[in-house]
Design a protein around this ligand. Structure first.
Ligand code: G6P
Length: 497
C-alpha cells in the first residue's frame, strides 16, 4: 500500500494565468517552501500518493479550481486541489491576519506607538482567518477519510503561519486515535512571549492551541522553537518538557508540549539547498547569458550582491545605508565596487510595502547621485523579478549581503555560496535562522548596526582568497547538510516514517 501524503499551504506549486483567448495556463509556483517540499518529497517519498491543497490566489486560479475540481496537477504531475475560498474571506485571512498581523508579530515589525490596533474590524478579519483554516481542514479531512491507505499510513504536512489553526481543526474532524500523523511547519521566526502578548488574549491562545493539534511542530532554528515553547508555557499554561534529546548540529526534537490531553513534539529542521539540482539549473543558457551581461556591468570591479523580495523584514533600507557608509568612509572603493541590489515586488496590496518600495528606490537614486561618476555606476537596483538573473548574480558575486532584521531561515544566504563561481564571502544578519548553521563561516552582523555592516562589507571585500574559498566551502557544506530531502525526511520520520 502506498503512503498517502497530504501537503497544505497557502501558495501552491502551480499558479494559473489567462491567455488572450481566455484559456488557462499553469506555471510553477515560486518560493523556497514550495521548492523544499517538492524536492524533499521527490527524494524521500517518490512513490507516495501525494495531494497538495492550496488556496486559489487569483481569478485565473479560481477559474482553474472550478474547471478542474480536484483534478489539477503541477508540473511534476502532483495532484493539486485549489480551494476557491470567497475573495473577501481570503483577503481578510491572507492580507489582514497572516501578512499584516502574524508576519509583523513574528518578525517584530510593528511600529508599536501606533500599531497594532485590534478593534471590531479585526474581529471580522479573525473570523475570516478561522473560516480560511476551516476550509483547509475540511479538504484535508475529506482527503484523509476517503484515502485508500489506512489512517496510520497517512501523513499530513501543514505549512506556515497562514494555517496555524488547521492542525487542531483537522484533528477534531478526524477524531482522536486514528493514527494519521499531522505535522505543522512554521517557516518564519516565532515571537517571544512579551511581544506575542500584543495579540488579543483569545487570539494568541487559539493560535497556539491550533498548532498544538499537530503531532509534530517544526521550526527552522532552535531560537524559534524555544520561543514557541516559552509561549505555550507562559500563555497557555501548557505542560512543557524541554529535556528532550537533540543532535549535535542543533536539529531534531527540542521539547514536548502536553495540552488538552495531546502531546506535540517540537523540533528543529533547518531547510538548506538541493545542491546538485540548483547547480544544474544554473548551467542553463538563460543563466549563462545573464552571467555575461552582469560581468559587463561590473566592468572588472568587485560585486556586492543582494537578492530579496522587497519585504520589510529583509532590511534593504539599512543594507543600502551600509553601502552608502562604506563608500563615504572608505573612498578607496570608489570606482572599484558595484552593488547589485535585486529587490523584487512583494505583497503590494499592503500600504507599508508600497511605501517601503518607494523608500528603497529613493535611497538607491540618492546613492547613485552622491557617488556616481561618468564611468562608474555604484549601484544597480533591479525591481523586476528575474529568476535566471538572480542565479547569475550569485554566480558572479564577490560578496553576498543578507541582513534581515529577522528571518525564519533565509535561502539566499545558502544558495549564493552554492552558486558562487569564485567563492563569495557572506555578510549575514545574526537574526536570520540560517545564522545558526552558517555562523562559523559567515561574517555575522547586527542588522540594525549600519556601521558594523559597512565594516563587514569592507572586510568581505578584502578577505584573502584562501580564506574566502575556505569559508565558502564551509557554507556550501552546511547548506547541503540541510538538504530538502533531510528536512522533509526527518519530519516524515518523526510522524512514524
Ligand atoms: C516567505 C516566507 C514563507 C511564506 C512566504 C509567503 O517565503 O519565508 O514563510 O510562506 O514568504 O509569501 P507570499 O508571497 O506567498 O505572501
Amino acid at each position: 500500500m502506498k503512503q498517502r501524503v497530504l501537503v497544505a499551504s497557502n501558495r501552491g506549486p502551480v499558479s494559473y494565468q489567462f491567455g488572450t483567448d481566455g484559456s488557462l495556463t499553469g506555471k510553477r509556483g515560486g518560493g523556497g517552501m514550495i521548492a523544499g517540499v517538492t524536492s524533499g518529497l521527490a527524494a524521500v517519498a517518490p512513490d507516495a500518493d501525494v495531494t497538495w491543497i492550496c488556496a486559489a490566489l487569483s481569478d485565473a486560479d479560481r477559474a482553474a479550481a472550478r474547471q478542474h475540481g480536484t483534478g489539477s496537477r503541477d508540473e511534476d504531475g502532483v495532484p493539486v486541489r485549489m480551494l476557491d475560498i470567497p475573495p473577501d474571506t481570503f483577503d481578510r485571512a491572507y492580507n489582514n491576519v497572516a501578512n499584516s498581523t502574524l508576519w509583523f508579530l513574528h518578525h517584530l515589525l510593528f511600529d508599536t506607538p501606533v500599531q497594532p490596533q485590534f478593534g471590531h474590524q479585526f474581529g471580522r478579519d479573525w473570523a475570516a482567518y478561522l473560516a480560511y483554516n476551516e476550509a483547509f481542514a475540511e479538504a484535508l479531512a475529506q482527503e484523509a477519510l476517503t484515502a485508500a491507505a489506512p489512517p496510520a499510513d497517512i501523513r499530513v504536512l501543514i505549512q506556515d503561519y497562514h494555517l496555524s489553526l488547521a492542525p487542531r481543526l483537522l484533528r477534531d474532524k478526524l477524531g482522536g486515535g486514528t493514527g494519521t500523523g499531522i505535522a505543522h511547519f512554521h517557516h518564519t521566526p516565532w515571537a517571544p512571549p512579551d511581544y506575542y502578548r500584543l495579540l488579543p488574549a483569545g487570539v494568541g491562545q487559539t493560535l497556539l492551541d491550533g498548532i498544538l493539534g499537530a503531532d509534530h511542530a517544526g521550526f527552522h532554528a532552535r531560537r524559534w522553537a524555544a520561543a514557541f515553547l516559552d509561549c505555550c508555557e507562559a500563555i497557555l499554561g501548557a505542560e512543557v518538557d524541554r529535556a528532550a534529546d537533540r543532535t549535535a548540529d542543533g536539529s531534531g526534537p527540542v521539547g514536548r508540549v502536553r495540552y488538552r490531553g495531546h502531546l506535540t513534539e517540537v523540533a528543529v529542521h533547518p531547510l538548506g539547498v538541493d545542491v546538485p539540482a540548483l547547480r544544474a539549473r544554473a548551467r542553463a543558457q538563460d543563466v549563462r547569458d545573464h552571467v555575461g551581461t552582469l560581468g559587463l556591468a561590473a566592468g572588472g570591479r568587485k560585486l556586492i550582491v543582494r537578492i530579496d523580495r522587497t519585504e520589510l523584514s529583509k532590511n534593504i533600507v539599512r543594507g543600502l545605508a551600509a553601502y552608502r557608509e562604506l563608500l563615504a568612509t572608505r573612498p578607496q572603493w570608489h570606482n572599484r565596487v558595484v552593488h547589485l541590489a535585486f529587490a523584487y515586488p512583494s505583497r503590494s496590496a499592503l500600504p507599508e510595502y508600497r511605501a517601503y518600495t518607494d523608500l528603497v528606490q529613493r535611497l538607491a537614486r540618492e546613492i547613485c547621485a552622491e557617488f556616481g561618476t561618468a564611468d562608474w555606476n555604484p549601484l544597480i537596483l533591479e525591481v523586476k523579478d528575474d529568476y535566471p538573473r538572480s542565479l547569475a548574480a550569485c554566480a558572479v558575486a564577490d560578496v553576498l549581503l543578507v541582513n534581515p532584521v529577522r528571518d525564519g531561515m533565509n535561502l539566499v544566504a545558502q544558495e549564493g555560496p552554492v552558486l558562487s563561481e569564485h567563492g563569495c564571502a557572506l555578510v549575514l544578519s545574526r537574526e536570520a535562522g540560517a545564522a545558526a548553521t552558517l555562523a562559523a563561516d559567515a561574517l555575522l552582523v547586527n542588522p540594525y548596526d549600519v556601521g558594523e555592516t559597512a565594516d563587514a562589507l569592507h572586510q568581505a571585500l578584502v578577505m584573502p582568497d584562501a580564506e574566502r574559498q575556505r569559508r565558502n566551502a564551509g557554507l556550501v557544506s552546511r547548506a547541503a547538510d540541510a538538504s530538502p530531502a533531510r528536512w522533509l525526511g526527518d519530519q516524515l520520520a518523526a510522524l512514524g516514517g
